[in-house]
Design a protein around this ligand. Structure first.
Ligand code: SF4
Length: 217
């Protein structure tokens, strides 16, 4: 897929961002306000790449699950021209005519939050069109906790994923601006001072003060 063609597509990362919070999507891609890259992000990415390299070398990631695929592909580009979405899947494998998506997350989670689950379903929809195949299920592997989350893809999951993609397009077309809603995630979100100016200022000042005291001793 050429660079210019890619521009027309919504990416799987944007789908995940929207599901985490529509305001993150809006701030990042409409307002172009990007969170600075932290050492934590760099380390996480390196761990993930290392894990993926090992997985590719050994071809045994699925061995732990006693799964013996007939065919397996790693880091494949997938897209849906029908939905205008694009991404790179970690693993797709087939048993007979049924395909499965494996998504690897560098995380210690035990359960899949909606942003992880529906990102994986979006990959499934893309893979179906790219490979002209039927994707039966998604599997999310959390590399730190070692947990697998497995889901069969239902009709309702497909419908909801398409609805999300439509909503993202509406935001990108400027049809509406998502209203920030104060939720639990806001406390640790880098965008909190943009969504709720002033609200978290006092806490940040307090933290700054505490760091100063710690430095003195
Ligand atoms: S601060 Fe809250 S509402 Fe704003 S982007 Fe972050 S999670 Fe979303």
């Amino acid at each position: 897929m050429s660079g210019s063609e890619e521009q027309l597509y919504i990416t799987s990362t944007q789908i995940r961002d929207y599901l985490f919070c529509p305001n993150i999507l809006y701030n990042k891609y409409v307002m172009n306000i990007k969170e600075p890259v932290t050492m934590m992000m760099i380390n996480g990415k390196e761990r993930f790449e290392e894990f993926r390299r090992k997985g590719r070398r050994r071809l045994t990631l699925l061995g732990e699950r006693r799964i013996k695929p007939d065919k397996i592909l790693y880091a494949e580009e997938v897209y849906s021209r029908e939905l205008d979405v694009y991404g790179v899947i970690d693993i797709i494998y087939w048993i007979g005519k049924k395909a499965y998506i494996v998504e690897i997350k560098d995380s210690d989670l035990n359960k899949a939050p909606p942003d992880h689950l529906y990102q994986a379903v979006a990959y499934a929809l893309m893979a179906e069109e790219t490979f002209n195949t039927l994707v039966f299920g998604v599997k999310i592997y959390y590399s730190i906790s070692g947990r697998w989350v497995e889901k069969r893809i239902t009709r309702e999951m497909r419908r909801y994923t398409k609805e999300i993609i439509r909503e993202i397009k509406r935001i990108f077309r400027g049809e509406y601006i998502p209203e920030p809603r104060l939720i639990g995630k806001c406390r640790s979100c880098w965008y909190r001072n943009i969504c709720f100016p002033g609200r978290y200022g006092v806490k940040q000042r307090e933290e700054k003060g505490r760091h100063k005291v710690l430095k003195k001793t």
